[in-house]
Design a protein around this ligand. Structure first.
Ligand code: F6P
Length: 355
């Protein structure tokens, strides 16, 4: 290949810039030129008024001073109509017109679906896992997860100090979509007492009981980590609960629209212990990537460019143990991410609430 493209798509993740840098410099090493597309697949579809805003040639210099920066300098977006085959064909035709022979797509599951479709239409693609969620089963880690985890930890350390001073319980909601990895790892590394994740069923009465027990045991703060997707694994019948506890009527006006802050309020009512809620949100998406994420991004970006230089495509790169791997896109979709139940058990063991 003489010319390849690179783009970032989906939610931004710390380390995406380091991955772009690595793709560019490795491609240059293989005598391939690189075009960077902006706003994910939107750039390939050339949807801006001005082409300079859709793509640019990337040189070794264009990616200097980027490895330590959060976000993505190519910018990112979700492009829902990229599922349309007509739109995909337009993308392939645009890429061919620019002389692009291969494309590195950095992002998560949605990004890979687009890359798979382009490959099947004759435009060879490689996927690089860039998402804080760590929700891709084929790879141990995704770029951005480690930084998001460190950010969540730093924030939770601060929350614990205030919780401790006021002798309150605190519930921290972290991101992760349908994956509990950020929550579980944050809970373990910060010594949280309770963690709710989408992969493991939980009951709100049991959580409230554990808060009560913790307080009785003399814990000054009770830290609860809540994965944003954990409502899906709540087993409690909230309607029944509300019928039994009149004071909950105001808190749960529409059960299917309950927020994590309302969950914290229910825990407070049931446990009788003041419980505050903090939703971390985008704080965990931004920020300078950790050393581990910079390293992973550099290795995976280089691996992706190496594969294209060898005329290999239709693959997603990743890491298993200490090995760099590549798997066909079809296999990425097959695997379902599962939570490490051993880690979940460790949260309970470390919390020492009941024994
Ligand atoms: O996939 C990354 C992620 O931050 C998820 O954890 C979260 O559910 C989602 O993106 C939020 O998306 P948006 O960028 O639309 O706010």
């Amino acid at each position: 290949m003489k010319r390849i493209g690179v783009l970032t798509s989906g939610g931004d993740a710390p380390g995406m810039n380091a991955a772009i840098r690595s793709v560019v410099r490795t491609a240059l090493h293989h005598d391939m030129s690189v075009v960077g597309f902006k706003r994910g697949y939107n750039g390939v579809l050339m949807r801006s008024q001005n082409q300079v805003d859709d793509f640019e040639i990337l040189t070794a210099r264009s990616v200097s001073d980027k490895i330590h920066r959060g976000g993505t300098f190519l910018r990112t977006a979700r492009c829902l109509d990229f599922l349309d085959p007509q739109v995909q064909r337009q993308a392939v035709s645009n890429l061919h017109a620019l002389g692009i022979e291969g494309l590195v797509c950095i992002g998560g599951d949605g990004t890979y679906k687009g890359a798979d479709a382009l490959t099947n239409l004759g435009l060879p693609c490689i996927g690089v896992p860039g998402t804080i969620d760590n929700d891709l089963a084929y790879t141990d880690y995704t770029i951005g997860f480690d930084t998001a985890l460190n950010t969540a930890c730093e924030c939770l350390n601060k929350i614990r100090e205030t919780s401790d001073s006021h002798e309150r319980a605190s519930m921290l909601t972290v991101m992760g979509r349908n994956c509990g990895d950020i929550a579980l790892h944050t809970a373990l590394t910060c010594g949280a007492e309770i963690c709710m994740i989408p992969e493991i069923p939980w009951d709100i009465i049991d959580v409230a009981e554990r808060v009560k027990w913790g307080v009785l045991r003399g814990k000054r703060s009770m830290i609860i980590v809540f994965a944003e997707g954990a409502l899906s694994s709540l087993t409690t019948d909230l309607e029944k609960l509300c019928a039994e506890h009149e004071e909950l009527h105001d808190i749960v006006p529409h059960h299917n629209l309950i927020t994590s802050s309302q969950i914290a309020m229910i825990i407070e009512k049931l446990s009788g212990h003041e419980t505050r809620s903090t939703v971390l949100g985008y704080i965990q998406r931004g920020g300078s990537p950790s050393a581990r994420d910079r390293l992973l991004a550099t290795q995976l970006g280089a691996h992706a460019a190496d594969l294209l230089a060898m005329d290999r495509s239709g693959l997603a790169v990743g890491v298993r143990g200490t090995n760099l791997i590549e798997v066909p896109f079809a296999d990425v979709q097959k695997g379902e991410h599962t939570a490490d139940s051993g880690l979940a058990d460790l949260v309970d063991i470390m919390a020492v609430i009941r024994n």
